[in-house]
Design a protein around this ligand. Structure first.
Ligand code: DAH
Length: 357
């Protein structure tokens, strides 16, 4: 066997025997590299006679081509195999859930806050906030509760220890002080709602020492009771997702509004739950009224220029009514099974104004 034939058969055998790309490259360098055996044979052409070269030239070129082709062919085979192996290892179990199901849910009160904000947001209201720890002036005096006024007593206020000479601070008993803070810091026209926590020293089956309210305030020119009624009826329809609602505004007393009214809506009892809108009984759902001129004056607004209406509602109760949750106690038990049972999700549903339905 000539040297050429030996080299060729050895080279082809080594190429076939290479089991990965780096082994194949070692073979390629050993045969076709600058110092490789095939290259060595090519170099011998220079020392040959013209005749020999004519004979050997094409043979060696063909050898080089065959070895190079064998390397390429093997390379394709090994690359395919490597890809197959990668794919086989890199399995994705499509039956696995994309992530663990969250176990918590949005609290009904938070869901209802969002729904209320979305509904009033559509009517051009923005959201305002104030501190939970208030001073006496914002919580009472500026809201036209005179010193010693009996209405102060009805709030079962939690007082802080007084700081030297100052009136004791309080845990705000309602969200109405946010009306004052807003009127002190913004010029009319004003259209805000103020959601938040409020505190009263009251603890029984239907009262908790901390609960949630949403306050509303509109201050503009030429505002009257008709605006108040229209706005609140529209709100109740959107919130309870009904086309019509029968409502009445029953005269009441709040120091900061004159006239003041509680809003009642008709409802029907259907089994355990309640349908708001029509029926044979009235249910009180919020307090409201025209902002008292003294309150406007206390905030530097001239009641001859601007009027306004205000309202306040208890959010815990609205959530109970809307979602048919008869008991207040689980609101404070952090039991996700309970909120899941009523259909609350871990995140806000895309249409917050549409509630859970
Ligand atoms: N602050 C009242 C309360 O806690 C609720 C309320 C009634 C707010 C009438 C208002 C209003 O803004 O106009 O009982």
């Amino acid at each position: 066997m000539s040297e050429t034939t030996t080299i060729e058969s050895e080279a082809l055998a080594a190429i076939e025997a290479a089991t990965d790309l780096s082994a194949l490259d070692t073979v390629r360098v050993a045969e076709l590299g600058k110092k490789g055996r095939v290259s060595g044979l090519m170099k011998t052409l220079g020392q040959m006679s013209a005749e020999e070269r004519q004979d050997m030239g094409p043979k060696l070129n063909a050898l080089k081509t065959r070895v190079a082709a064998a390397v390429e062919a093997r390379k394709t085979v090994l690359e395919d195999a490597a890809l197959e192996a990668d794919l086989a290892n890199d399995v994705l179990d499509m039956t696995l859930p994309p992530r663990r199901e969250p176990t918590g849910t949005l609290h009904p009160v938070m869901q209802v806050f969002e729904e209320i904000a979305a509904i009033f947001g559509d009517m051009g209201f923005t959201v305002a906030e104030g501190p939970d720890i208030e001073d006496d002036w914002h919580n009472f005096t500026a809201l036209n509760f005179p010193e010693g006024h009996p209405a102060r007593e009805t709030h079962d206020t939690f007082f802080f220890h007084p700081q030297q000479g100052d009136k004791p601070k309080v845990l705000r008993t309602h969200t109405s002080p946010v009306q004052i803070r807003t009127m002190m810091s913004q010029k009319p026209p004003i259209r805000i709602i103020a959601p938040g926590r409020v505190y009263r020293n009251d603890w029984d089956a239907t009262h908790t020492p901390m609960f949630h309210q949403v306050e509303g305030l509109v201050i503009e020119k030429n505002i009257h009771m008709g605006h108040l009624k229209g706005c609140l009826i529209d709100f109740v329809k959107a919130f309870f997702e009904v086309d019509s609602v029968e409502a009445r505004f029953r005269p009441h007393f709040f120091p900061f509004t004159e006239p003041s009214a509680e809003m009642d809506v008709k409802y029907t009892k259907v089994g355990e739950s309640i349908e708001i809108g029509e029926g044979d009984a009235w249910m009180e759902i919020l307090g409201s009224g025209m902002v008292h001129p003294n309150v406007l004056r206390n905030c530097g607004i001239d009641p001859d220029d601007y009027q306004g209406f205000a309202f306040g509602m208890g959010v815990d109760r609205l959530a109970m009514l809307k979602y048919g949750m008869p008991d207040l106690r689980p609101y404070f038990e952090a039991d996700a099974k309970w909120s899941r049972h009523y259909g609350f999700k871990p995140w806000l549903t895309p249409s917050v104004s549409g509630g859970l339905s």
